[in-house]
Design a protein around this ligand. Structure first.
Ligand code: 5GP
Length: 187
C-alpha cells in the first residue's frame, strides 16, 4: 500500500477550483475528495452528501465542540469545515486526500499537517475573477461583494503556499496541478 498524503487546494471563490477538481478526480479516481460540512444553503443543483453536507448552525457548532472537524472557518457569513474521521481514515489506508478549502482552514492544516502539499490557485486578474463570480449568477450582490473582498485577502497570502498555479487556461492549469501532484509522489 502507498503512503497516504494530504493535499490542500485553496484559491479565491470563483477561481475555478471546483471545475479543476472535478476534472482531476475524473482522470484520477484513486484520489479521495473530502466532503465538507457547511451552514450555507445549497445552490441550485447542489446535492447533500455529494457537494457538501448541509447542516444547521447548531449542528455545526456541536461538531466543532466535539472536535469532529479537522479545520473550520467562517466565510462570507457561513461556516465550513472538514470532517476529521473520513480524512484520517483514508490517509491511514494510504490514500491521497484532497481538501478544497479557504485560507483560514489551509492555515490550520499547516499547523496540524505540516507535511500536507498546499496548492494555491490564482485568477488571471481580479477583474476576471469578478466577471467569473458574477457570471456564475449564484450569489446575491451582498455575497459577491463579501467574496471579492475576501478574494483579495486570499490572493495576498498566495506566497504562503508550496505552489501557485494561475488558472488562465483550464487545460494548462489542470496539467500543472497533475504535474505538481505526481512529480512529488514518493510511491
Ligand atoms: P462556496 O460557498 O463557494 O462553496 O465555498 C466558499 C469557500 O469555502 C471556498 O473558498 C471553499 O474552498 C471554502 N470551503 C469549502 N469547504 C471548506 C471547508 O471544509 N473548510 C474551509 N476552511 N473552507 C471550505
Amino acid at each position: 500500500m502507498g503512503t497516504g498524503k494530504l493535499i490542500v487546494l485553496t484559491g479565491p471563490s470563483g477561481v475555478g477550483k471546483g471545475t479543476l477538481l472535478r476534472s482531476l478526480l475524473k482522470q484520477h479516481p484513486e484520489l479521495y475528495l473530502s466532503i465538507s460540512v457547511t451552514t450555507r444553503a445549497p445552490r441550485l443543483g447542489e446535492v447533500d452528501g455529494k457537494d457538501y453536507y448541509f447542516v444547521s448552525r447548531s449542528t455545526f457548532e456541536r461538531m466543532v465542540a466535539k472536535g469532529e472537524l479537522l479545520e473550520w472557518a467562517e466565510f462570507a457569513n457561513n461556516c465550513y469545515g472538514t470532517p476529521r474521521i473520513p480524512v484520517e481514515t483514508q490517509i491511514r489506508q494510504g490514500k491521497w486526500v484532497i481538501l478544497e478549502i479557504e485560507l483560514q482552514g489551509a492555515r490550520q492544516i499547516r499547523q496540524t499537517f505540516p507535511e500536507a502539499l498546499r496548492i494555491f490557485i490564482l485568477p488571471p486578474s481580479l477583474p476576471e475573477l469578478e466577471y467569473r463570480i458574477r457570471n456564475r449568477g449564484q450569489d446575491t450582490e451582498e455575497a459577491i461583494v463579501r467574496r471579492l473582498r475576501r478574494a483579495q485577502e486570499e490572493i495576498d497570502a498566495a506566497s504562503e503556499f508550496d505552489i501557485q498555479i494561475v488558472n488562465d487556461d483550464f487545460e494548462k492549469a489542470l496539467g500543472r496541478i497533475e504535474a505538481t501532484l505526481f512529480a512529488t509522489a514518493t510511491c
